[in-house]
Design a protein around this ligand. Structure first.
Ligand SMILES: C[S@@+](CC[C@H](N)C(=O)[O-])C[C@H]1O[C@@H](n2cnc3c(N)ncnc32)[C@H](O)[C@@H]1O
Length: 323
């Protein structure tokens, strides 16, 4: 049984932001009928585009590259064909649940336990698959997102951090396969109440936390933490000195963040970045309607960086640049 390679990609939407993905795809030169040829896909939040877009797509939980179709007769045949390709496969199902579960049961089990942090991602790819009908499987051996189905759950700390925002920082650092090591200098812009600062201080980093609002006192008291009450965007890179990491979770317009990032990059004093791009307004009503799709593209065009929608992001994207 030989998988049939399909051209293009399959896009797995972020639940609640399907319209964002649909708008992105709709403006990237795809014909509508090209990205919905399979009846079952939409219910699973999957969109198929028969061509590769020239512009990046951000509002996807996962992008299935090099998709293939597999026609199979039995459950064992389907599972055997996937195992012949590689070890790890995650199902993304919306119909055919029972048959899908039977196939999944014949594949190596997916990790159920929450992950600790820091956690070094394994190098082996995590494939993705769905069933279009009882005898047709659509899959991809190497999707963009390394987590099963694009989902990562951490062992949470319910006492230390003053907010749950640290989870998106952990996820960004796991995906970057890098995190601050003891002694590295970090700026945490928009730090209050202190979730990110808490996570960075726990790693042993030196953290300058800047916000117009106060830091939770117990976070401010952590070793390595220094708090400055200030507008993060009016600090001069020269005054801050060399920074190994620049973190920014400031609630602001994407364009404002972009201007600041350009300034920080231009100073030549900042190495690695993790910044949340807060998107404004409701979902776009028409092609690129109300949403700002332009600024994320400008971020994505900065050399060495990538823009992702993380599992722990809400109506926001994350720009990561690791040197
Ligand atoms: C989403 S919260 C940050 C949460 C934080 N990362 C955490 O883990 O707890 C956004 C923060 O941006 C701050 N902020 C907004 N504009 C700012 C500015 N110009 N300079 C510094 N902080 C700003 C707000 O005061 C707010 O605390």
């Amino acid at each position: 049984m030989i998988p049939e390679r399909l051209p293009g990609r399959v896009y797995q939407a972020v639940p609640g932001f399907e319209d964002h993905l649909s708008c992105e795809l709709g403006t990237l030169g795809h014909e509508r009928q090209e990205y919905a040829p399979f009846n079952e896909l939409k219910g699973a939040g999957l969109y198929y585009a028969a061509s590769d877009p020239s512009l990046p797509v951000f509002w996807a939980r996962n992008i299935w590259r090099e998709p293939f179709l597999l026609n199979f007769a039995t459950i064992s045949e389907a599972a055997g064909a996937l195992r012949a390709i590689q070890r790890n496969w995650a199902p993304v199902l919306c119909t055919q649940f029972r048959r899908g579960a039977l196939i999944a049961a014949k594949l190596p089990p997916l990790p159920e336990k929450r992950r600790p942090f820091p956690w070094l991602l394994p190098k082996e790819p995590m494939g993705a698959w769905t069933l279009l009908d009882p005898h047709t499987l659509l899959g991809s051996a190497a999707p963009d997102n390394p987590f099963p189905g694009g989902v990562i759950e951490f062992e949470e700390d319910r006492e230390g951090p003053p907010s749950r925002a640290y989870l998106k920082l952990w996820e960004a650092l796991v995906r970057a396969r890098r995190w601050p090591v003891p002694g590295e200098r970090c700026l945490d812009a928009g730090a209050s109440p202190g979730g990110w600062t808490w996570a960075l201080a726990k790693l042993g980093a030196e953290v300058l936390s800047v916000d117009r609002a106060p830091l939770e006192p117990r976070v401010e008291a952590m070793p390595g933490v220094r708090y400055q009450r200030h507008d993060a965007f009016t600090l001069s890179p020269g005054d801050l000195g060399p920074l190994d990491w620049v973190f920014c979770d400031v609630a602001c317009y994407p364009q404002r963040l972009f201007g600041w990032v350009e300034k920080m990059l231009g100073s030549g004093l900042c190495r690695n970045f993790v910044c949340t791009i807060k998107m404004q307004g409701g979902p776009p009503s028409g092609p690129l309607g109300g949403g700002d799709f332009d600024t994320p593209r400008r971020f994505a065009a900065l050399p060495g960086g990538q823009v992702l929608h993380l599992y722990h992001n809400k109506h926001e994207l994350t720009w990561i640049r690791i040197q």
